[in-house]
Design a protein around this ligand. Sequence first.
Ligand SMILES: [Zn+2]
Length: 176
Amino acid sequence: MSSYKPTEEEKERFMSRAIELSDEGPSNGHGGPFGAVIVKGGKIIGEGYNRESIDCDPTAHGEMTAIRQASKNIKSCDLSGSEIYTSCEPCSMCTSAIWLCRLDRVYYGNRLSDTQDIMDLTPLVKDVATPIDQRSTPGEQIKSKSRQAKDVIIKWANNPNLNEYLLTKMKDEKAQ
Ligand SMILES: [Zn+2]
């Protein structure tokens, strides 16, 4: 967790940039009205807007494009010590990405409930909290292959040079 605390002026300025970006997607015909910036120590290290249409990428939400750019800029999947400013409360996918890259804080413009009459993500939020085999896209484990699939993960986990960041994260989560 960073000791840096943004001033109210900074919060408003970075949120203004996120909102400005949220208008760029639709204006350019690139995607929906959502924008985000990632800030570290008072400086923008990544920003983006929704690019679902132009990239034919259903995962290209504003938060995701900002996270991708910030991670590339600092050459790390670990964005701890940084904050995200997003024009709307993140959806379940973006919440997962924010969790995985360890952002310190989420500043948001609208709540999801503020725009519920336009786009209702309540079914998604409920689905994520449902056991995998009962979701709207139901999961089915291929049990005969589970051992083989896990062996790859075990092999990976036993090679500390392969992905030190993820391993550290997994151990941290376990210790909590
Ligand atoms: Zn999202």
